[in-house]
Design a protein around this ligand. Structure first.
Ligand SMILES: N[C@@H](CCC(=O)N[C@@H](CS)C(=O)NCC(=O)O)C(=O)O
Length: 346
């Protein structure tokens, strides 16, 4: 039976999961969200999620009753056990941990760039305001769409403070985005995906954000198109990997016994020096009940509202790391020696 979900073309997590399901050849039926109906009961009798996020999946619980569930990463892992073959989690537990970390970075940090570019510069605001409300209403008249454009833009711009896009952080977000593109571009010169010649969950997470950053929002799309055409091309190809042949024995994942490519080490270094330190500062602010994360990230002042969900992300990373055997922890330390990752994880 086809998996049921609701999403939107402009939702990076929806795009992450659609591409994942195509690659894994999981049949699905996607409904496009109608933002005008979001807070009404007109959802075709489908259950509502606890927190309204996209994508929303409608999946059976233990008793077979359909529940509305959200959060792409655990759903992706649920599919790993429910659907056979074409796994997106590397077999080597150390690589699987790196994959977790990079997936989380894509979902939680790269999305800051996505939200920032979409709702900061005028041409991006104008495009998003005009297109977003039309996805679920292609025949809508301009009179009908107008108020919805205004509603969506105002709502999203008011949320910039939650993702941490403001005048203080602008340079950090944009600078780290371009640095990430530079690192990814270098990596793609040695291998088409992060962990070899088959895509992992982290590839799908990064792809999801890039469907917007590279393909949709004018300011970030110009950066990717002009300076990183390889990444633009990659994003389009990732959309549908249903025909990609892979080796079910896993021999197309990189073999870490031979060490890691320098380009992957550089990306892991970014987790050690930018992403994990950021998560720690946010978690401290959440735990102490501070009103603001007000600290230094990436060598620059950084301010945003504390984000409880991302404090849990740090706990999950710690739990994944803690679950590695001591041999694997030693191997991880040796493989990433000099990147600062082990130190950041302590
Ligand atoms: N951690 C969630 C994040 C999902 C998420 O933040 N979705 C955004 C859109 S891309 C959303 O639905 N925001 C609320 C809204 O737009 O009303 C996941 O991985 O699925």
């Amino acid at each position: 039976m086809a998996v049921q979900l609701m999403g939107a073309p402009g939702s990076p997590y929806t795009r992450k999961m659609l591409a994942l399901m195509r690659y894994r050849r999981i049949p699905y039926h996607v409904r496009w969200q109608n933002p005008g109906l979001q807070n009404s009961d007109k959802t075709d009798g489908l259950p509502k999620p606890k927190v309204a996020l996209l994508p929303t999946y409608y999946l059976p619980d233990d008793t077979g009753e359909i529940q509305a569930v959200t959060d792409s990463s655990p759903i992706l892992r649920r599919f790993e056990t429910e659907f056979e073959g074409r796994s997106v989690i590397p077999h080597d537990p150390v690589l699987a941990f790196f994959d977790w970390l990079l997936e989380d970075y894509g979902d939680e940090w790269l999305t800051k760039a996505m939200f920032h570019y979409r709702w900061h510069y005028q041409p991006d605001i104008a495009k998003a305001g005009s297109i977003l409300p039309r996805w679920s209403n292609v025949t809508g008249s301009d009179e009908e769409i107008g108020p919805l454009s205004k509603y969506i833009s105002e709502r999203q711009i008011s949320r910039l403070s939650y993702v941490g896009s403001n005048e203080v952080t602008k340079q950090t977000i944009e600078g780290s985005f371009k640095r990430f593109l530079t690192m990814l571009n270098a990596h793609f010169q040695t291998s088409p995906y992060l962990f070899g010649t088959r895509p992992s969950s982290a590839d799908f997470a990064i792809y999801g954000q890039l469907t917007q950053l590279a393909l949709f929002d004018p300011t970030s799309s110009a950066i990717v198109t002009q300076d990183f055409p390889r990444i633009y091309a990659w994003t389009e190809v990732m959309e549908d990997l249903s025909g990609l042949d892979i080796a079910e024995d896993g021999s197309d994942w990189i073999n870490a016994s031979a060490g890691l490519p320098d380009t992957l080490l550089a990306l892991l270094g970014e987790m050690a020096t930018l992403y994990i330190p950021y998560l720690k500062l946010n978690a401290e602010a959440v735990m102490s009940g501070a009103e603001l994360v007000d600290a230094e990230v990436d060598g620059r002042p950084y301010q945003q509202n504390p984000f409880p969900y991302q404090a849990r992300c740090l706990q999950w990373i710690g739990a994944q790391y803690g679950a590695l055997s001591s041999d694997d922890k030693t191997r991880l330390a040796e493989l990433t020696h000099g990147t600062g990752l082990t130190e950041a994880l302590s």
